[in-house]
Write a new protein. Sequence first.
Length: 205
Amino acid sequence: MTRVLHINASPRSGRSQSAQLAGDYLDRRKAGEPDLDIDVLDLWAETLPEFDGDKNAAKLSFFGVGEMDAAGKSAWDQIVAVTQRFVDADEYVFNIPMWNGGIPYKLKHYIDVITQPGLLFGFDPERGYFGLLENKTAHVFYTSGVFAPGADAKYGKDFHSTYMDWWFGLVGIDKVVSNRHQPSILTADPAGDLEKARERARAAA
């Protein structure tokens, strides 16, 4: 059985275009694969641990900075619990609206919690950073109101997909399928363009 983790980074519920695209993709996948296991992680409903001083100290101990004490071990166990849900998935579906040129802060918080040495990445002074995940696939649905790839810089810049592509590489997710609905507002036919994007999402399944 294939397990898909759907990570929703939009707070707009049914009004979210990125969530609609991800939903269309998953509905089509489920129709073709009835035993598909879809785990939905709504970042706006999830209570994530703060990455505080104890957790940071525990992380740094992997790089030889100090030792993990009892408080650090307790803090690290919280990180491992959140991260294991991510590691256990075979595939990932992200829906990510663009916020101020980048990703929503809730998604950045989640990434900062789970991106840990020994869990998602390793490090060697000669090799540098390397991902620990293997044979994982991600489908990413990007939306933005005004920005479009190739548009004049006055309409914004992309620290959105570029950041995610870097992160996927860091943790070892080597098969990434990007789906864009950009722009969603600055267009002559917003409704028609959304429907075309939704059909592309269904076709991607």
